[in-house]
Ligand binder design. Sequence first.
Ligand code: HEC
Ligand code: HEC
Ligand code: HEC
Ligand code: HEC
Ligand code: HEC
Ligand code: HEC
Ligand code: HEC
Ligand code: HEC
Length: 460
Amino acid sequence: MKLKSISAFIILIFIFGIAYAGIANYSKPKVMTVERAMPEEAKACIECHGELNPGLVADWAMSRHAHAGITCYDCHRAEPGDSDINTAHKKEYNNKDLPYGDSKYYVPISTIVSPKDCSRCHAQEAEEYAKSKHANTLEVIWKIDPWLNDGMNSELEREAGCFYCHGSVVEMEKDGSFKEGSWPNVGVGRLNPDGSLGSCTSCHTRHRFSVAEARKPEACGQCHLGPDHPQIEIYNESKHGDIYHTFKDEYNFDAAPGTWTPGVDYRGPTCASCHMSGVKGVNTSHDVTERLSWELQAPLTVRPENFTAFPADTNWEEERSKMALVCQQCHSKSWTDDHYRKTDNVIKEYNEVYYKPAKEMLDKLYAEGKLDKSKFFDEVLEVEFYELWHHEGRRARMGTAMMAPDYAWWHGFYECKNRFNHFMHEAELLLEGKTDSKKAKNYPNATGSTEKPELLKYKK
Ligand code: HEC
Ligand code: HEC
Ligand code: HEC
Ligand code: HEC
Ligand code: HEC
Ligand code: HEC
Ligand code: HEC
Ligand code: HEC
């Protein structure tokens, strides 16, 4: 059978759906005729892009949006005067070789669909997201990161690395095209031309925009991995991850939004279950800072409300009780309490036994002029100090908080001990004048700009 067009294909899906609903004896099926609901301008997008990018349009056709009659134009529409209009798109309508290639169908569009655009229909999700650390990560990294503030990497290294996960500033030229290096831009906290922060496709990839995808750990693992934030490795090692890999075929990832229930739809939690999805007594949230009682990523572990770069607007005890309630869907209170007792003690030990003495030593080396404070990372002991908190120390803390003993010990405290001993030994030799600071003479590619992007406005 040859399908005449994509919209015919969609109608077929609906007919099939209705037939199926009839067999399954559901309540009265809803008849949706896509063509009737859709203006010609919106149909033009589907027909023309169906020819140009069939994969993209098929993806949309399978989405809840298509089924609810939300078209390309509902998301990509631009109002005259919008800061992100794709002005070059107008000329695509002058191509008679393409379906609907006629200027009478022209409507202005924007390539970017920002959280602000989604918020027209999903106000609550967008509002929660806007206050999260995900959305505000550019503020965090420009305030505290020595790579950026000292320019120790190049613009290209940032674009290919940091900004892929964190996002950066999306900038447009006068003609509506994107400034080189600022697009594609998919990180959790990119700054959009309309002033909104982030990209909802970080977890709900286009054009399916699936809730099932975001509930799976893989959605988070694309960014939460590696030596410094190995959450996906930690998860895979935990019993929860083991259960997920064994039983995920039985999990009901397609449960309607807000109804995904532990015990009913899944037997072991995913990242989303613990950090975002609702359970009885705790609402779903798009603010991943909720439910946290520690700032584990920081050098010195503090409460989220005391993280000076971006203090959370939360109370740690309340947030902990929310997370504990998630655990208690499947575990007893004493099991949960004991897990937190262990986590709290690990954090205290990391802070007192490893971090504070090492920091004191680093400060002494600076004070005595043994290390040069003007740039970070160009002297060996600076790198060692960084890896103690940013790599090994985080692994010990995160491994414990998320039930992964190999990360807590072998990749965590065991490595902290080696690092700490070596750091202290070298530091003492340096203080005694028996060695030099091992400064890199030609630090490679330390060419990145040290100026915070002008468009990034936040209070110091
Ligand atoms: C007559 C054909 C045609 C129609 C109708 C049409 N487009 Fe396009 N569109 C194109 C072409 C050609 C491009 C450039 C493609 C490329 O860069 O590969 C394009 C580019 C785009 C882009 C930018 C892609 C990028 O990465 O820069 C978006 C978004 C887009 N179209 C959305 C829409 C929407 C929404 C509609 C309906 C309101 C629509 N288009 C109608 C042909 C069309
Ligand atoms: C639910 C909202 C939504 C709908 C509906 C939607 N889009 Fe998109 N589209 C997006 C988002 C989000 C992006 C990513 C742009 C960004 O990061 O801001 C995107 C990107 C694109 C791009 C450029 C990116 C690429 O991968 O080349 C094209 C072209 C595009 N959309 C065309 C379409 C067409 C055609 C339709 C209808 C079949 C459609 N869109 C429906 C939200 C939507
Ligand atoms: C014009 C209104 C509108 C816009 C704009 C819109 N959506 Fe939706 N969205 C809907 C409707 C309607 C549904 C379907 C609700 C249902 O099926 O119960 C939906 C459902 C969803 C779902 C749930 C899908 C599932 O698998 O259950 C997600 C996720 C989603 N939208 C994300 C987005 C994102 C991200 C954007 C912006 C890029 C966006 N939406 C823009 C109207 C919109
Ligand atoms: C693979 C994705 C990824 C890349 C690449 C990446 N980050 Fe991150 N970054 C993250 C994640 C995830 C976190 C959250 C860590 C946590 O809470 O455990 C984070 C946290 C941070 C933080 C806050 C905590 C801290 O370290 O002080 C800063 C600052 C930061 N990153 C800067 C950068 C810079 C600068 C680069 C590039 C030189 C970079 N990141 C590259 C994903 C990434
Ligand atoms: C960090 C990953 C992540 C990002 C980024 C994200 N979402 Fe979600 N989203 C989820 C998860 C997980 C769920 C499923 C919650 C559940 O189990 O019901 C979800 C569910 C939804 C739903 C279904 C209704 C609901 O609230 O449960 C909508 C609509 C939605 N997201 C829209 C958005 C919009 C709009 C944005 C951007 C402002 C966005 N999402 C960004 C992870 C994310
Ligand atoms: C596109 C990359 C990306 C994806 C996908 C992503 N994150 Fe993140 N996440 C980050 C970055 C970057 C940070 C660091 C924010 C900061 O502190 O600057 C972060 C921070 C966090 C934090 C710490 C918040 C805090 O207050 O310290 C949690 C928890 C988190 N993410 C959970 C998740 C979950 C759960 C998912 C999947 C449903 C997810 N993330 C998906 C990039 C990502
Ligand atoms: C069993 C529940 C559970 C699962 C599953 C889980 N986490 Fe966590 N996560 C926690 C707890 C508990 C903490 C520590 C909370 C606190 O601060 O009290 C934590 C901490 C974090 C942090 C540290 C935030 C900070 O303070 O810097 C990040 C990031 C994170 N989780 C991301 C993820 C990602 C990504 C996944 C999946 C790969 C995941 N988590 C799976 C429960 C879970
Ligand atoms: C959806 C149900 C569910 C949720 C929610 C859940 N867990 Fe679990 N958890 C399990 C199951 C099932 C096991 C496997 C028990 C066994 O070993 O027989 C498990 C195992 C564990 C283990 C044991 C690890 C080991 O090696 O034996 C710990 C500790 C744990 N969970 C803590 C937590 C904490 C803390 C939370 C909340 C932050 C939580 N869990 C949330 C279902 C859950």
